[in-house]
Design a protein around this ligand. Structure first.
Ligand SMILES: Nc1ncnc2c1ncn2[C@@H]1O[C@H](COP(=O)(O)OP(=O)(O)OP(=O)(O)O)[C@@H](O)[C@H]1O
Ligand SMILES: [Mg+2]
Length: 358
């Protein structure tokens, strides 16, 4: 069997710690596998290395002078969302390291307690687990994709009966067939969401970038929600710059983010207004979707952009969903090197803010 070579990026500002890690990794290398390392001493050096070379895993020190604690992990996560990360923490940072695992780090090592055996075990486990995770996501993607063909054929058949192509139908039959068609449509949208999510998790999101006016796009999408807003008796407002604001991004994906955010705002509100606004910040543009709805508690905000997370369901009509919308928005923003966040408190509305570089 050919030797497997793993490329490890060590992010560590302390020479003695980095050297120890390199020595141990050299010792861990054998006939079947070897670990080749690159050391970077700061986050900016690490970003550069990640943009230039391929790495299989990052060993990240949690006490870099420029980004203490969780910030270093979050920064690497933002530029390399699919990279397995193993944390190296001092004993005083063990709690932060454990938190990082709940946010997607593969494992952690405690400085001063690292030996060849536990390093090799942690790395092998992290590398194999991320490989299996990738295979699992590809498998889910394939299965979900296969669900679509029979669904589309069924939808088409029902649509033809509804159109009366096979003869007249009674009002009762129409009612039930419409219900079936609506639900098949929902299932189809869910399949789209799961496929999008899987692609993002595999790092395979394919951006088709072009230059377009974000102001125009936001106006269009907001206007599409006017009848829904009217039905709920809420106002749809806009605060747009007079001039166009051009961005170089994937218009379809940005449209998807806007639809998700505005549909949430319209969904989780009883009265008041939803307002879309754009602020040109020079190198980047900021878009805000603000509502006067239920709001989101500080506790729920921590997991807001995770998959399948829904909070304080009130089981009201029209509030059904799967909890994938915001996770998809986050994935799209990451792919654009943008960001998304929320400002909210329970009971007093929410404001979702996304920024993308121009
Ligand atoms: N504007 C908002 N106001 C209050 N709560 C919100 C708002 N946007 C999102 N949420 C909360 O966050 C949860 C996750 O939102 P997300 O868009 O990911 O899922 P969803 O809307 O429930 O379903 P989906 O978007 O997949 O149809 C929602 O279920 C809701 O509890
Ligand atoms: Mg949603």
């Amino acid at each position: 069997m050919a030797q497997e070579i793993y490329h490890i990026l060590i992010i560590e500002d302390r020479e003695d710690d980095a050297l120890l890690m390199q020595k141990l990794l050299l010792k861990c290398s054998g006939v079947d596998e070897s670990f080749q390392t690159v050391q970077t001493r700061s986050l900016s050096e690490a970003f550069q290395a990640l943009s230039q070379d391929h790495f299989d895993l990052v060993l990240l020190d949690l006490s870099l002078p420029e980004a203490q604690d969780f910030r270093a992990f979050e920064s690497i996560r933002a530029v390399a969302p699919h990279m397995p990360i193993v944390i190296c923490a001092g004993i005083q940072h063990e709690k932060v390291a454990v938190d990082a695992i709940s946010k997607g780090a593969q494992d952690y090592l405690i400085k001063g307690k690292i030996d060849q055996q536990n390093l090799a075990r942690v790395l092998r486990y992290a590398l194999h687990r991320s490989k299996f995770e990738k295979m699992r996501q590809e498998f889910v993607g394939m299965i979900v994709h296969e669900l679509r063909s029979p669904l589309v054929v069924s939808m088409d058949s029902v649509a033809q009966i509804l159109e009366g192509i096979l003869g007249e139908i009674t009002p009762d039959q129409k009612l039930f067939l419409t219900m079936a068609h609506d639900n098949m449509n929902r299932l189809n949208l869910l399949i789209d969401d799961i496929l999008d999510m899987t692609k993002m998790e595999l790092g395979a999101i394919d951006l088709k970038k072009s230059t377009f006016d974000l102001v125009e796009l936001v106006k269009q999408i907001t206007a599409n929600f006017s009848s829904q807003a009217r039905k709920k008796n809420i106002e749809l407002k806009m605060q747009m710059p007079e001039m166009p604001v051009y961005v170089y991004a994937d218009p379809e994906k940005i449209q998807q983010v806007l639809i998700n955010l505005i549909s949430n705002a319209v969904k989780f509100i009883e009265s008041g207004y939803v307002e879309a606004s754009i602020i040109d910040q020079g190198a980047f543009v900021e878009c805000r979707i603000k509502d006067t709805g239920y709001g989101i508690s500080q506790e729920d905000q921590k997991r807001l952009f995770d998959k399948f997370k829904q909070f304080g369901r009130r089981n009201k009509k029209g509030q059904k969903g799967t909890g994938l919308g915001l996770a998809i928005c986050k994935g799209i923003m990451d792919a654009h090197q943008g960001a998304i966040r929320v400002e909210s408190s329970e009971g007093s509305g929410a404001c979702f803010i996304f920024t993308i570089p121009k």
